[in-house]
Design a protein around this ligand. Structure first.
Ligand code: SF4
Ligand code: SF4
Length: 173
């Protein structure tokens, strides 16, 4: 069981959202997972995320981001980006088996940034869609299309899942 006190979020707003997500996970997690359409969308989202991650790996994006982190003074995952996450998106991460707490947050960075990159499984549209200038220069047009296509499929699936969960929670007696 995930203890709320394990969360070390510095922002009270984020702390509140994490607590809401944990409450929803505890009270509705099982029934959400048993819902056929949510179950299917969770599986599809996991596959899409894996596909995006593979594209990032094969196109050298992961290596470039690692270089930023290790040699160029830090990644672009800046402080405050975590505040864009809502409780449902955080809940989706819990449903995918991704814990929300970060015991070693990095100063002046997004709360969800860990030593090996983003700790979340399902990321916000602003994180998934972001392609910095360095990457835009490095990648060919064809490579950018590959990356944008997998990101687009991931985000479409995330949107439908987000909506399905909201609808299910509204219908809950
Ligand atoms: S997206 Fe660009 S700026 Fe951000 S960590 Fe990766 S390479 Fe660096
Ligand atoms: S990719 Fe992850 S660590 Fe980076 S800004 Fe987005 S949520 Fe934060």
């Amino acid at each position: 069981m995930i203890e709320k006190s394990d969360n070390l979020a510095t922002s009270p707003a984020l702390q509140g959202k994490i607590e809401q997500a944990l409450d929803l996970f505890e009270t509705c997690g099982d029934s959400l997972r048993q819902d056929t359409s949510i179950h299917t969308l969770l599986k599809k989202l996991r596959d899409c995320i894996e596909n995006t991650n593979q594209s990032m790996l094969s196109l050298g994006v992961v290596t470039e981001c690692k270089n930023c982190e290790e040699k160029e003074g830090g990644s672009c995952c800046g402080a405050g980006i975590e505040n864009n996450y809502d409780p449902i998106l955080l809940l989706i991460n819990l449903l995918l088996g991704c814990p929300l707490q970060n015991h070693e947050p990095i100063a002046n960075s997004c709360y969800f940034l860990g030593k090996k990159g983003c700790r979340l499984t399902a990321r916000h549209v602003i994180c998934v869609n972001y392609i910095c200038e360095k990457l835009q220069r490095k990648l060919t047009r064809k490579e950018l299309i590959v990356l944008q296509t997998s990101a687009g499929e991931e985000l479409d699936t995330l949107f439908f899942l987000h909506e399905a969960i909201k609808k299910r929670l509204r219908a809950k007696p």
